[in-house]
Design a protein around this ligand. Structure first.
Ligand code: NAD
Length: 336
């Protein structure tokens, strides 16, 4: 090796759990990368594993036509307990993005317990949304550390990218008065993101996680017909508050999250932004605003950060730093 050559470690072997809207987008995000190789996927009915890398088109086509990546050949296996089966079949996977629905609200924590019990070591990243769900993961932090797992939580868009941006914006101030996150999401049809939409409905007045989870697809459609496909959400239970409190930025009651989801139009109904208001050391009150480009989709703003944090998590893991981190605790790395 000459002095001009840069050491290129072999690509990180990465899996995606959940192969719905976000899981499939995650696979497409990974396809051109050289830092990471997409080797594993699981859905409710099966898993696919190929240490040389999975083919995105084949997996998406198979999932669309037959309902599970378990039918992919070669590498596919049907399983009633696909996550446990995959962990057992593929100990070489170094990191997973958990693009799973958190329905019921305890589901993600139960998956994390499964990983802890399995003896697998590596990096896990989630894009969890609810405060009460993240508190369950937080309660597992010592067990994660003891198991040799580096767990990055809240690493999607919100929580995630916007929470991290708020952490940086806060640095101009001596005191933080308010963090206000407002998201605009446009998707062409709700069926591409069933869990996301059900979890959003659970924030509407008169609904909770259990009632939204119990709704049939026809009931979701009937609700969306009534609102012309629009979901308007205010003062949501979002873990950005818990993460900013843990990071020492401000008390959770100063954090507010809301947004508008259009389930019938890929154009965003409003520009996603985070506003951070505070007082400077000179006594001036001001607001920083960070706005995402309207052309960026929810999938781009969730999956990009998720893998950036997975890469950061892999570096922490390698240095022996195990346990729980949030998107407000560490900087994401950029995945090439
Ligand atoms: P989806 O409904 O499109 O897909 C869910 C996938 O999970 C499916 O492939 C399904 O087969 C699989 N699955 C369900 N139960 C499983 C099990 N027991 N074992 C293995 N696989 C299982 O979901 P989605 O709309 O892509 O959303 C995924 C998650 O991402 C949701 O929880 C949502 O809240 C979250 N999300 C976070 C953000 C953020 O910014 N933080 C943004 C959007 C979505």
């Amino acid at each position: 090796m000459t002095s001009h050559q840069i050491y290129q470690p072999s690509p990180l072997a990465v899996g995606v759990l959940g192969f719905g809207g976000l899981g499939q987008a995650a696979a497409r995000v990974l396809a051109p990368k050289t830092d990471m190789r997409w080797v594993a996927a699981a859905d409710q009915a099966g898993y696919a594993y190929d240490p040389d890398g999975l083919d995105v088109s084949a997996c998406v086509e198979t999932y669309r036509q037959r309902g599970s990546v378990g039918y992919v050949a070669p590498g596919g296996h049907l399983s009633q307990d696909s996550i446990a089966s995959l962990i057992a079949a593929a100990p070489q996977v170094q990191g997973y993005f958990l693009a799973l629905p958190n329905l019921p609200n305890t589901f993600m924590a139960s998956v994390v317990r499964q990983f802890i019990a399995s003896g697998w070591q590596g990096v896990l990243v989630d894009a969890l949304k609810r405060t009460s769900a993240m508190e369950q993961i937080w309660a597992l932090r010592d067990e994660l550390a003891a198991a040799g797992i580096t767990y990055m939580t809240g690493c999607g868009a919100t929580p995630g990218l916007l929470t991290a941006a708020a952490t940086i914006a806060a640095q101009s101030y001596a005191e933080i008065h308010r963090v206000k996150i407002t998201f605009g999401v446009g998707i062409a049809n709700w069926e591409a993101y069933r869990a996301t939409i059900r979890e959003d409905i659970a924030h509407m007045p008169g609904f909770d996680v259990d009632t939204a989870r119990a709704m049939t697809d026809a009931e979701v459609e009937a609700l969306l017909d009534k609102t012309n496909g629009i979901l308007s959400l205010e003062k949501m239970e979002h873990a950005d508050d818990f993460m900013l409190e843990l990071a020492g930025i401000c008390d959770r009651d100063r954090v507010e999250v809301g947004g508008v989801v259009d389930t019938r139009n890929p154009k965003k109904p409003l520009s996603t932004n985070v506003q951070v208001t505070g007082r400077t050391f000179e006594g001036k009150i001001s607001t920083h605003t960070f706005t995402l480009g309207d052309e960026t989709s929810m999938a781009a703003n969730v999956c990009g950060p998720a893998f950036g944090y997975l890469k950061a998590g892999a570096e922490l893991h390698q240095r022996g730093l195990h346990g729980l981190y949030t998107a407000a605790d560490v900087m994401p790395r950029f995945v090439r």
